[in-house]
Ligand binder design. Structure first.
Ligand SMILES: Nc1ncnc2c1ncn2[C@@H]1O[C@H](COP(=O)(O)OP(=O)(O)O)[C@@H](O)[C@H]1O
Ligand SMILES: [Mg+2]
Length: 276
């Protein structure tokens, strides 16, 4: 018996919409068609298709080395690919406001800048007045309920605090699309819970299209509207499960029957794929 019906979120989408003469299904933000990527001749992706819904959190989960980081890096426009097309409502990555949170915050935050200067760094690339910049920062501080002294340098902060700075730096530009690659690995549990809660709040309020890579199935399901499950290489979509529990989702969500159902199904699919 299947725990819940699997569903492809975009399958029931009605009429396509147009942007600049290029077509994409309505409700879809990111359209990937025929994507091919090889490393030293070996295909990681071969003719890969995927639709990512607008304003939703999609978790990416799959076997180690299946190409999760490779996928989000190609979509984010920081890794070239060998074939196919990736469009954001018909536009290219460079025409889209993108935020990216790296797994390794130690290499991502600027060590010579105070926390506050790290966070506001990307604002110089937007044409905003000083007042608008200050307003952006204030809004973000409030959303994250920052208790930390932002005049500190990264070496004066814990790993969790540095990752919070790196998340705030990604959000300060008001991204249309946010990518996070295992952002909470190697942080202590209390900080992970805090960051998950704050991040979720901002993403849901601002309806940011989000792709979150996680190697932790509990986390992948907990934060997701859609859990994208990948196969081994050459990588295809194994399934795309809907998780529609109310937000905010907290540690309490992980003991609800619905969570356990979706997680069990995801685990069954994952195990089937890994054994292949
Ligand atoms: N720059 C690279 N050169 C060669 N092989 C790579 C490179 N980057 C990734 N790979 C290979 O591609 C596969 C997918 O990598 P990656 O996307 O990092 O996996 P994941 O994030 O799912 O663990 C792995 O087998 C990895 O060894
Ligand atoms: Mg990875």
């Amino acid at each position: 018996m299947r725990a819940m019906p699997s569903n492809t979120p975009m399958a029931a989408t009605p009429a396509p919409a147009a942007a600049g003469g290029r077509w994409f299904p309505a409700g879809t933000h990111i359209t990937i068609r025929g994507l091919t990527k090889r490393f030293a001749g070996a295909a990681v992706y071969e003719n890969f298709d995927l639709d990512i819904p607008h304003g939703r959190i999609t978790s990416v989960f799959g076997p180690n080395g299946c190409g999760k980081s490779t996928l989000i890096n190609m979509i984010a426009g920081i890794l070239p690919y060998d074939g196919g097309q990736i469009l954001f409502e018909g536009k290219e990555a460079r025409e889209t406001r993108i935020g990216y949170v790296f797994q390794n915050y130690r290499e991502a935050v600027f060590p010579w800048m105070r926390a506050i200067d790290n966070i506001r760094y990307p604002l110089q690339y937007l044409k905003l007045s000083k007042g608008e910049q200050a307003e952006r920062l204030d809004r973000l501080m409030q959303a994250f309920d920052v208790k930390l002294d932002l005049n500190r340098y990264p070496y004066q902060m814990s790993g969790g605090q540095q990752q919070m700075v790196s998340i705030m730096r990604a959000l300060v530009v008001d991204p249309e699309v946010l990518f996070l690659d295992e952002p909470f690995s190697a942080l202590d549990y209390e900080m992970v819970m805090f960051l998950r809660e704050r991040l979720q709040k901002v993403l849901v309020e601002r309806k940011v299209t989000t792709m979150l890579v996680s190697h932790d199935l509990d986390e992948a399901v907990l934060l997701a509207d859609h859990v994208l499950l990948l196969t081994k290489r050459p990588t295809q979509v194994a399934d795309n499960l809907l998780f529609d529990a109310p937000r905010p989702r907290t540690a309490d969500t992980t003991v609800t029957p619905r969570f356990i159902e979706v997680k069990s199904e995801a685990l069954a699919i994952f195990q089937r794929e890994v054994r292949k």
